[in-house]
Design a protein around this ligand. Structure first.
Ligand code: NAP
Length: 170
């Protein structure tokens, strides 16, 4: 039995992340999705709360054919103990999936196997691009799974991201 771990900020969870999850699900029996920067919300770069991102991901994963756990992970000030912090919050996992050099380095130093998880169509399937489209009233719905658009509508997310982008530099 192999349990994988995939970490991201998922601001928002989009089709690129979803394709990565589908690819990972061919390699593992169970998957823990870590919602990184769980303490951040209501800013241009991190508009959605951990709870809102848990909803997006949980609903989008309904049709994925592995057992999944969605766990928020708060940022901490010490990179050197971040892996222990993650492990203290998640079901035990055997392999971590990431493309982030810092994350790869920290897991590697902690003795955790890391596999790269490249994304596709990065010109459009990219969090910054999707958040910009939301602010500028351009089409973003085609870039996220349908249940994610439903959650963003439910929480009035477009109004929020427009408002915080007026007042917030980060
Ligand atoms: P991230 O900040 O979510 O993403 C960084 C960049 O990588 C974004 O452009 C993202 O695109 C992209 N990306 C995400 N998944 C990818 C994939 N599978 N293939 C290619 N590119 C991908 O960073 P992250 O690595 O995904 O998540 C790391 C989380 O751990 C963050 O919340 C970070 O704060 C946290 N962390 C905390 C500490 C600490 O507290 N000391 C230390 C290390 C990491 P999108 O915007 O499209 O997703």
């Amino acid at each position: 039995m192999t349990r994988g771990f995939y970490i991201g900020r998922f601001q928002p969870y989009h089709e690129g992340h979803h394709r990565v999850v589908e690819a990972i699900s061919d390699e593992v029996d169970e998957l823990v999705v870590g919602v990184g920067s769980g303490d951040k919300s209501h800013s241009t770069r991190n508009p959605f709360t951990a709870g809102e991102r848990v909803m997006m991901i949980t609903k989008a994963l309904v049709d994925v054919d592995v057992v999944t756990y969605v766990v928020p992970i708060e940022d901490i000030n010490r990179n050197a103990v971040w892996v222990s912090h993650v492990q203290s919050m998640t079901p035990k996992f055997d392999v971590a999936y990431s493309n982030n050099p810092l994350v790869i380095r920290l897991f590697g130093e902690a003795g955790v196997e890391v596999r790269q998880s490249p994304m596709f169509e990065r010109d459009v399937l990219e969090g910054t691009e999707i958040r910009n489209r939301m602010v500028q009233d351009e089409d973003w719905r085609e870039l996220v799974p349908d249940p994610v658009a439903g959650v963003i509508d439910e929480i009035d997310g477009i109004e929020r991201i427009r408002q915080v982008s007026d007042t917030d530099a980060g």
